[in-house]
Ligand binder design. Structure first.
Ligand code: PLP
Length: 452
């Protein structure tokens, strides 16, 4: 056995390994700084192993062996951080897993505009500069019945832009029952503060009446805001002012009304056998001056914030310098246009939009799958849509005598592709509704971790 000092002396220098002929192919695959840094880390690791006194097999310090280890390390480090996973969490629109899956048409549109020049802001008919959102805007007008529409980065941005454009320096009246927080740090009072508008809270947590709004309006009022309580419900002794009533108060006093609808459906979910989510078109028809909603929730498109409303308000938003900072890129606009086009043109929306398909898919009866009771396996929709609603699903409970639910979950997370389930009542569950094709639930587990 060699002594620690001798082994340390045998550690090669970075230079020696880099100039070894066997290292040449690595430099054809990877940049020199990347290879050098990775090699330096590898040599440091070997040094630590030697110092820890655990010893090393004698051939581990030979140049060839180090280059083999280096290649493995490079390949591992070059793997993308963002990888495909299987969503067996049971939450269909899982914010941590990227929310909506795009339709085939949308994914294809993204691929096309990513690879080629496109007429993003070019009017092919007149040969002049065109409107970046023209295509999406006309589809949104058609689908919502609004006079005009705009698109920004996400719904949080849409709310910020709306507040800033309509009520900067003025008071915005909101019910205390609607001062929501959405996961990932979207909070109405904080967005309001950043928009430069002043929050004027009215009513109480559980009850707000029309007179609360009416009494709060004065010459400093810029806007009445209604916020859809997407991710919770106030139940019991509660009262809220319906949009219709709010619009009536606003009209009478000359104050515009904006609604943050959160998810905002473009089709009636009841036709899919789901509980109803407010339709954007309905809210526009009720007289909301501006309605904002997300592109990647129930709608099933890319991350985006959609704004439908009166022409004068949308124009004001488009002229706001904030709009330039919050605008969408061509990839998003391409995906959104393709998605909206399906809503207008497709004969079979459910087949085309994966999110809608996932909600409406009947739970399967799979052989070999133990069926949970509907209640135990009921899935939530997620991302602040229909918070109290669960739709039936089928789950597979995975247990082994030897492992805790947490340990089983970890094994599945290490699979290729990683499988994300959920733990309920101390059991690890794979949910079939959010996972799409049940075939995708059979992952390649690392060999020594096949516990089942
Ligand atoms: C989800 C949600 C938001 C935030 O939307 P993002 O698209 O995630 O930015 C804002 N308001 C409500 C009511 C929501 O449900």
């Amino acid at each position: 056995m060699k002594t620690e000092t001798n082994l340390l002396r045998e550690l090669p220098s970075v230079d020696r390994v880099m100039t070894h002929p066997a290292a040449a192919p690595l430099l054809e695959r990877f940049s020199r700084p990347f290879v050098t840094e990775t090699l330096r880390d590898l040599i440091d690791e070997l040094r630590q192993v030697i110092r820890s006194g655990h010893g090393l097999p004698p051939d581990r310090l030979q140049d060839e062996s180090i280059i083999t280890d280096l290649e493995k390390k490079l390949v591992r480090a070059a793997r993308p951080g963002l990888v495909r996973v299987v969503n067996a969490s049971g939450t269909i629109l899982h914010t941590n897993l990227g929310r909506a899956l795009l339709s085939e048409a949308a994914a294809e549109a993204v691929g096309l505009v990513a690879r080629h020049p496109v007429n993003l802001e070019f009017d092919l008919h007149r040969g002049k500069r065109g409107q970046r959102e023209a295509g999406v805007e006309s589809l949104l007008r058609e689908l919502t019945g609004a006079e005009a529409a705009a698109v920004v980065n996400n719904n949080a941005a849409a709310v910020l832009l709306g507040l800033n454009s309509m009520a900067e320096g003025k008071q915005v009246v909101v019910s205390r029952g609607e001062l929501i927080e959405i996961g990932g740090s979207f909070r109405i009072p904080e967005v309001m503060a950043k928009s430069g508008a002043l929050l004027r809270e009215v009513g109480t947590t559980n009850r707000t009446h029309p007179r609360d709004y009416a009494d709060a309006i004065d010459e400093n009022t810029g806007l009445l805001l209604k916020v859809h309580t997407s991710n919770y419900r106030v139940v019991g002794f509660s009262a809220e002012v319906e949009l219709k009533e709010l619009v009536a108060i606003g009209r009478e006093r000359g104050v515009p009304v904006m609604e943050d609808l959160g998810s905002g459906a473009l089709v009636d979910l009841a036709t899919l056998g789901l509980p109803r989510e407010p339709l954007v078109a309905e809210r526009v028809a009720m007289g909301a001056d501006v309605v904002t909603f997300s592109g990647d929730k129930i709608l099933g498109g890319p991350q985006a914030g959609l704004v439908a409303g009166g022409k004068c308000w949308i124009e004001r938003m488009n002229q706001n310098p904030l709009k330039r900072a919050l605008r969408c890129d061509k990839l998003t606009l391409a995906a959104l246009e393709a998605t909206l086009r399906s809503y207008v043109q497709s004969p079979d929306l459910l087949r085309e939009i994966p999110t809608l398909r996932a909600f409406s898919r009947p739970p399967r009866r799979d052989r070999g799958v133990r069926q949970e009771s509907a209640a135990a396996a009921a899935r939530t929709i997620g991302s602040g849509a229909l918070p109290t609603e669960e739709i039936p699903s089928k789950g597979i409970a995975v247990h082994t005598g030897k492992m805790s639910a947490d340990e089983v979950a970890q094994v599945f997370r290490r699979a290729d592709p990683p499988v994300i389930g959920r733990i309920k009542s101390d059991r690890f569950m794979l949910d079939l509704r959010s996972a799409g094709d049940p075939g995708s639930l059979v992952p390649n587990l690392p060999d020594r971790q096949r516990p089942l």
